[in-house]
Design a protein around this ligand. Structure first.
Ligand code: GRF
Length: 222
């Protein structure tokens, strides 16, 4: 019997550097799955070119063509479901999703956010970390639920803030860590190391009580 590879769908809105990192991990065998579609709500973005160059099917669904958020989300669902994904991956997808969408993919919808959640939900995270005088910032991979940036945190990477950092230099170092932890989190879901049982996120068959931590290029597990 041939084992069917897991199917992934990635949603983007822009530059697609996380998408690129995920494609690389698929191509070198670190993620045992296929990216079957990349969907953007903006036409002509770099992430679409990255997907096309990798031979992945792309779709542009421009949200401005839909009369409501729900109608856009229903069209997205229709597009995504052709590929029966085990994970729907938000990679810089800059749209608030409606409850209909979130419930449809509950426990299969994952996002990356450029802060150490629950700190700095929402936008301008690097600037806010600097203004707060923090010495540590970072990124979080989390499940998506109905509240913005509030689902279970799967894995975090910490980044030291240097005295001479500005928001651009900090963003750059955080993004480098994003490119490590997002493919890693996806691979752990694909191989079953992370999964939901009775609506509780499990790591190696035990509830994940605190996020996994990526530090000094290695994974710290509970
Ligand atoms: C990343 O910083 C990610 O954390 C946030 O949006 C940005 C996307 O960057 N959600 P890219 O499109 O993957 O380069």
């Amino acid at each position: 019997m041939v084992n069917k590879r897991a199917s992934l769908v990635v949603l983007i809105s822009g530059s697609g550097s996380n998408l690129q990192a995920i494609i690389k991990a698929v191509n070198n065998g670190d993620i045992n799955a296929d990216i079957n579609a990349v969907i953007s709500n903006r036409a002509g973005v770099k992430g679409l070119q990255i997907a096309e160059q990798a031979g992945i099917k792309t779709f542009t669904l421009d949200h401005t063509n839909y009369s409501s958020r729900e109608n856009f989300d229903l069209a997205l669902i229709e597009c995504i479901d052709q590929f029966s994904p085990s994970l729907v991956i938000l990679a810089g997808f800059m749209r608030i999703l409606s409850d209909v969408f979130i419930h449809h993919y509950a426990e299969h919808l994952i996002n990356i956010h450029p802060s150490l959640l629950p700190k700095f939900k929402g936008l301008n995270t690097h600037e806010r970390a600097l203004n707060a005088g923090d010495s540590i910032h970072g990124a979080s991979v989390h499940m998506v639920n109905a509240e913005l940036d509030s689902g279970e945190i799967v894995i975090q990477a910490e980044v030291d803030i240097k005295p001479d950092d500005n928001k651009e230099s900090l963003a750059e170092r955080v993004l480098m860590q994003e490119h490590k932890i997002y493919p890693l989190a996806i691979s752990l879901f694909v191989d079953g190391t992370l999964c939901f049982k009775q609506h509780v996120l499990q790591f190696k068959n035990k509830p994940l009580l605190q996020p996994l931590l990526w530090t000094s290029n290695k994974l710290i597990t509970p």
